[in-house]
Design a protein around this ligand. Structure first.
Ligand code: AMP
Ligand code: GLY
Length: 421
């Protein structure tokens, strides 16, 4: 079959690398893609926020199956448009994607389904929100209700920070996303992410993963899209996964179906774990980036069969074979990220890094300049290694990082510190 992957990051490179290994995949197209994806798929230019253009390209290229990577086109209804045009698609409808695009929607679904999460309230103006934070005190968490590219959350450790966050959001600091603000209780514990596939009725747990959100070693510095990940996450053992499926995931899927907005796609549950109990921090409606890279490194080509089963409503019969393996990805970012950074610097050593056993360097912000690969984004490479133990995977990933010649890049040297100390 002809398969189209939409997106241009490390997540989409990992998906393309894995899907392309499945014998069912005859032709793999990625739009718009990047320099690394171009080595495993035909990359075509496309504005993936333009649903008409996506449908037209899928028809012109005789695409049988579309996999949507990022959240923005999902929230804008791209999966609805593709399915409306009769094209088999992996990814939730706009109505179901509200689990990521509206924090208050998710909170309402949690309340209706009994899924454990932090107590919350929603505000449309500053004065009652300020009164609420003064009554509750710090620590407290202030969130722009809408999509804010991962930046609309302030975990305020003092009342002054909480007040400043409320003022900033209602002053338009997060644009439309902050017109409505959710304020919730602070939860402490250890964070982990659980990825679950669903066809709207049945669920198939993938695996746990842990991200590293801060830019620098020791979880210091500004928040980023994620600087590295590993899977499995030791904190999410089988019993805890089963608990999450029973208390959080299945009740959510059932509530979405009850509302007439069945969720088909991958549900990414951000969890806070304390004393053996998991509570939901938030949902995302797509694979995490860089968490996807470690999941795909472990799953390989079989991912296509289960993505198809989701889209066809046949997940009940689907199965995955997990090896007893571990994967680690180290993000290399342009110096300055998540602030201003330079583009266009040549990156060397990619072939040597990829030649190490178990290593795949997934590209995020890269482009081709003649026969050279150059940095063209903030997060640029995801150096990913798979091995029999977490320690071996981590060591191999850093061995590969050391072979990459890119003076303008930086990376964290402590990926896996929570699991390995
Ligand atoms: P979110 O975008 O909702 O995942 O929030 C971003 C980050 O803020 C999370 O990964 C957590 O580290 C933190 N966070 C969000 N909500 C809470 C909460 N209620 N208590 C503690 N930390 C939170
Ligand atoms: N790495 C976190 C995310 O994809 O949202």
């Amino acid at each position: 079959m002809n398969i189209l992957i939409l997106g241009s990051g490390g997540r989409e490179h990992a998906l393309a690398w894995a899907i392309g290994q499945n014998p069912k995949c005859d032709r793999l197209i990625c739009a718009p893609g990047n320099a690394g994806i171009a080595e495993v798929a035909d990359c075509l230019p496309l504005d993936i926020m333009d649903a008409d253009a996506v449908v037209a390209l899928a028809r012109a290229e005789a695409v049988d199956f579309v996999v949507i990577g990022p959240e923005a086109p999902l929230a804008a209804g791209l999966a609805d448009a593709l399915r409306g045009a009769g094209i088999l698609t992996f990814g939730p409808s706009a109505a179901a994607a509200q689990l990521e695009s509206s924090k208050s929607f998710t909170k309402e679904v949690c309340d209706a389904s009994g899924a454990p999460t932090a107590a919350w309230a929603r505000f449309e103006s500053a004065a009652p929100a300020l009164a609420h934070v003064r009554k509750q005190g710090a620590p407290i968490v202030i969130k722009a209700d809408g999509l804010a590219a991962g930046k609309g959350v302030v975990v305020a450790m003092t009342l002054a920070e909480a007040e400043a966050a409320v003022e900033e959001m209602f002053a338009g600091g997060f644009g439309e996303a902050g017109a409505s603000v959710v304020i919730e209780d602070f939860m402490d514990g250890e964070e982990a992410s659980l990825f679950v596939l669903t066809d709207g009725r049945d669920v198939l747990a993938l695996a746990g993963a842990q991200d590293h959100k801060r830019a620098y070693d020791g979880d210091e510095g500004p928040n980023t899209g994620g600087m590295g990940a590993y899977s499995p996450a030791p904190v999410l053992d089988d019993a805890l996964v089963e608990q999450c499926l029973n208390t959080i995931i299945r009740p959510t899927i059932a509530e979405m179906a009850r509302r007439g907005a069945p969720f088909q796609g991958v549900l990414f549950a951000g969890l806070m774990i304390k004393n053996g109990v998991a509570r939901l921090i938030e949902y995302n409606v797509r694979f995490g980036d860089p968490e996807c890279q470690v999941l795909m490194a472990r799953l390989g080509g079989q991912i296509l069969d289960v993505l198809l089963a989701c889209a066809e409503g046949a997940l009940g019969q689907a199965q995955l074979n997990w090896a007893d393996d571990h994967a680690v990805t180290v993000v290399m970012a342009a110096r300055g990220y998540p602030g201003a950074y330079r583009k266009g610097e040549v990156i060397g050593g990619l072939d040597s890094a990829n030649a190490l056993p178990g290593v795949q360097v997934f590209h995020a912000g890269t482009a081709r300049d003649g026969n050279k690969v150059v940095a063209s984004g903030g997060r640029v490479l995801n150096v990913t290694a798979r091995a029999d133990s977490l320690q071996a995977a981590r060591d191999r990933a850093y061995e590969a990082v050391a072979l990459i010649d890119w003076p303008g890049g930086f990376y964290r040297s402590d990926i896996c510190h929570r699991a390995l100390g």
